[in-house]
Ligand binder design. Sequence first.
Ligand code: ADP
Ligand code: MG
Length: 149
Amino acid sequence: MVTYITESAKETQALGRRLATELRPGDVLLLTGDLGAGKTQLVKGIASVLGITEAITSPTFNLMLEYRGGDGELLRHFDLYRLESPEQLEDIDYFGLLEAGDAVSVVEWGDKFPEALPVCYRLVRFSILTQDMREIVVEDIGKPGESDG
Ligand code: ADP
Ligand code: MG
């Protein structure tokens, strides 16, 4: 578990760039924290490392937006904020897409339904400390061999 403090949206984007260097297709990042905590800012940083030049906005109404980088890297950006029941996840083949292994998946409000968590993911928890300060805690969940050191 690693804790970061950022003091601007730019710093949170920079943290996203840093985390992105460790991400491979098939990896899942779950982002949790209140509205305005900076989840989408982190995704912007991740997208830039993947060579994605499109503007990143929360896919609140679409549930999922897909972006492709210059070298073919794929980013699937989910936002479950408006999801009303976990059954709706089946309509978009949520778990099928997470397991497809062809893309990095990032899920805002990914913990909305505890019964619908992926098996293995990197959890990124945002807390708003002040207007511009965020605490961002990164933790790997369900990784095999995690306790082997
Ligand atoms: P979320 O996706 O969690 O709802 P956004 O990333 O869309 O949040 O918005 C975060 C808002 O907070 C932006 O307006 C951003 O400029 C502002 N902000 C202020 N300080 C920070 C920080 N340290 N990290 C991220 N965003 C920040
Ligand atoms: Mg957002």
